[in-house]
Design a protein around this ligand. Structure first.
Ligand SMILES: [Zn+2]
Length: 202
């Protein structure tokens, strides 16, 4: 998959005034906040990490390179079966380690009490009690439910990150960083499309 598939550039608006074409184009070409965030992630992350501008990445002692390739999960389907069971967007994230656009998921603004579960196998993953607003545009939590997720090292896009997946079906959920709030200091940065929300029964 190409980066442009994940974050296609916004089409430029035509110049509104014939007398100021250059200015109009320059203004419309300015990156949106989301695009700026992405550009930082994709092109400057390595330099920013080296310069200490962004937090160190979490590297759990248990994380093993390529662990996913040999890992066996309780819920397992063929690729064709996953395609049938999931929406196109869910498939791209859960099975192909895609990333949804920031602020695109309704779960980002879900503030009710309840449980966030895996969209692939329905395993409960996160409690609303551990959700916080990270201002990143992705649903964020400071800890998962017990044994709900696994991790492996992700070296895609020229970065070293800790990938997070469902421990039951292996579906990709997002990444974990160490710039989260107390008590863990962790930020589980999740794709809303990879989860479903189940409000707590009154
Ligand atoms: Zn799952």
């Amino acid at each position: 998959m190409r980066l442009s598939d994940l974050y296609p550039p916004k089409p430029r608006k035509p110049a509104t005034s014939a007398t100021q074409p250059a200015r109009a184009v320059a203004a419309s070409a300015a990156p949106t906040p989301a695009r700026r965030l992405f550009l930082l992630s994709a092109t400057a992350a390595a330099a920013a990490v080296a310069a200490g501008l962004v937090p160190r990445l979490v590297r759990p002692a248990v994380a093993a390179e390529g662990a996913n390739a040999t890992e066996h999960f309780e819920v397992a389907f063929s690729d064709a079966e996953w395609r049938k069971r999931l929406s196109a967007g869910q498939y791209e994230i859960l099975r192909q380690e895609g990333t949804e656009r920031p602020y695109s998921s309704p779960l980002n603004d879900e503030h009710r009490a309840g449980t966030f579960a895996c969209a692939g196998c329905a395993q409960p993953l996160f409690s609303s009690r551990t959700k916080f607003d990270s201002h990143t545009g992705w649903p964020s939590f400071w800890t998962p439910l017990d044994k709900a997720v696994g991790t492996h090292t992700d070296r895609s896009f020229g970065m070293v990150r800790t990938e997070v997946h469902c421990s039951r079906c292996g579906g990709h959920l997002g990444h974990v960083f160490d710039d989260g709030p107390k008590p863990t200091g962790l930020r589980y940065c999740m794709n809303g499309l990879a989860m479903t929300f189940h409000p707590q029964a009154a």
